[in-house]
Design a protein around this ligand. Structure first.
Ligand code: PMP
Length: 459
């Protein structure tokens, strides 16, 4: 373990500050604060370079389903590295783990899915989805059908097309995004977006009308797809209002708009079901998977599509001579081998069942904080949840500026040995699927301490 003192001039801590530009980090604040350097992990815990332990209540970035230090994944990677460390899947080449994983993912969906395309990240997968739909619609002789609909606060990644689908100002500002042709609907968050006196059912209907009106205004023949996370996550953990997905699907079907379920977080058990689409009865044309697919032990994402999506793409590729899209590591044998082993572990240990069993406890225990003066809303489904902090409970007014109190709470949580994520002033929880009742209890206790400490330090 690297337990060099962080304040030594040549420490990793100092070199990090000197050399690294960190993703999703205020660079100037980082120059002062420096990094938290994690060196080890075991089960639901990680350890920093000073030996302090933390419960990782965010499973890294919503992804380490099987927990840290899982030897079986190390062995699977080692075996594959020893036999075939790399091979590509371009120009008719293939490799065994990629083939097996593609077949397994199609079967796991339990849907009429037929084909799989592999990428390294969720962003690349969603960029690929946009290109796939553009390519398909050109093949279908509908070159005007290119626009994409997503939602404000939806998260689909940060590459140029994926970042355009993402509906978060931080991902657009300064980057000249979104590109033209990407439309963002109201976030389906009843607590924040519902009108006074409006019922949840009326809210759902208003969102459905908004979708209809957008399609009418733009012309349905210009719209390629609707993308959504079954349960919005990185935008602040937002379960949709009742009936939302039924209405969205009805409208999309009527206008022949492809439905894309971004399952990057909800896939492989997060809601106590295999996919978020199972939880909300979504019948997508395309499913995008990543994160818990390998428990993030390897970078990998998969786009799983119906035959109807595939066929025009296949025709177009024949007329041009090839499907001119792919990554050096598309279907990487080590990543796909790790995914296969990871899926075995999830199945053998019934981790989806475990998430389903522990979900009511996590949700109920967090809701006990609902009466706290700083807590505006506690929300979540399955094994993912959030607590939104507000300046005024009655008016629901947020803190000004947003984010300071959230960061403060996250810092108190770190001090108490708990890693959670502050999304503005919303605190997110997404524990590894291997968590136990005892782990959930510890998460809740440490969160309570951090919340109290935050309350004490407020003016
Ligand atoms: N889609 C969703 C729903 C996500 O949550 C994320 C990442 N948080 C992405 C796409 C992008 O994945 P990546 O960071 O691997 O590019």
């Amino acid at each position: 373990m690297d337990n060099q003192l962080n304040d030594a001039p040549n420490s990793r801590h100092a070199v990090d500050v000197k050399r690294m530009l960190h993703p999703y980090t205020d660079a100037r604040a980082h120059e002062k604060a420096g990094p938290l350097i994690i060196t080890d992990g075991s089960g639901v815990e990680v350890f920093d370079n000073q030996g302090k332990s933390y419960i990782e209540a965010m499973a890294g970035l919503w992804s380490v389903a099987v927990g840290f230090g899982e030897k079986r994944l190390v062995d699977a990677a080692t075996r594959q590295m020893s036999s075939l460390p790399y091979y590509h899947t371009f120009s008719h080449k293939s490799n065994e783990p990629a083939i097996d994983l593609a077949d397994r993912l199609v079967a796991m969906t339990g849907r009429k899915m037929e084909k799989v395309f592999f990428t390294n990240s969720g962003s690349e997968a969603n960029d690929t989805v946009v290109k796939l739909l553009w390519y398909r619609n050109n093949a279908l002789g509908q070159p005007e059908r290119k626009k994409i609909i997503s939602r404000k606060r939806g998260y689909h990644g940060i590459t140029i097309a994926a970042g355009s689908m993402t509906g978060i100002p931080m991902n657009h500002g300064g980057f000249d995004l979104p590109l033209p042709g990407f439309h963002h609907l109201t976030c389906p968050h009843f607590y924040r977006e519902g009108f006074e006196g409006e019922t949840e059912a009326e809210f759902t209907e208003r969102l459905a009308q908004e979708l209809e009106e957008l399609i009418e205004r733009e012309g349905s023949e210009t719209i390629a797809g609707f993308i959504g996370e079954p349960l919005m996550s990185a935008g602040g953990v937002v379960p949709p209002p009742a009936g939302y997905w039924r209405r969205v699907q009805e409208i999309c079907r009527k206008h022949e708009i492809v439905v894309i379920a971004d399952e990057v977080i909800t896939g492989f058990g997060r809601l106590g079901t295999r996919f978020g689409s199972d939880y909300y009865d979504i019948e997508p044309d395309i499913m995008v998977m990543s994160k818990q697919l390998t428990s993030s032990y390897q970078p990998l994402a998969a786009i799983v599509m119906t035959d109807d999506i595939y066929q025009p793409v296949a025709d177009q590729s024949s007329s041009i001579g090839a499907f001119g899209h792919g990554f050096t590591a598309s279907g990487h044998p080590v990543a796909t081998a790790v995914a296969l082993e990871n899926l075995d572990i999830i199945e053998e240990r019934d981790l989806i069942g475990n998430a389903a069993r522990l979900a009511p406890m996590l949700q109920a225990k967090l809701r006990e904080f609902s009466d706290h003066a700083l807590v505006g809303e506690v929300r979540g489904e399955g094994f993912i949840a959030a607590v939104e902090l507000v300046a005024n409970k009655t008016s629901r007014s947020p803190f000004d500026p947003v984010g300071v109190v959230g960061r403060e709470l996250a810092a108190h949580a770190h001090a108490a040995g708990l890693i959670i994520r502050a999304i503005g002033d919303t605190i997110a929880f997404c524990p590894p699927l291997i968590a136990t009742e005892e782990d959930v209890t510890k998460i809740i206790t440490r969160f309570g301490l951090a919340l109290d400490a935050t309350t004490r330090t407020l003016p």
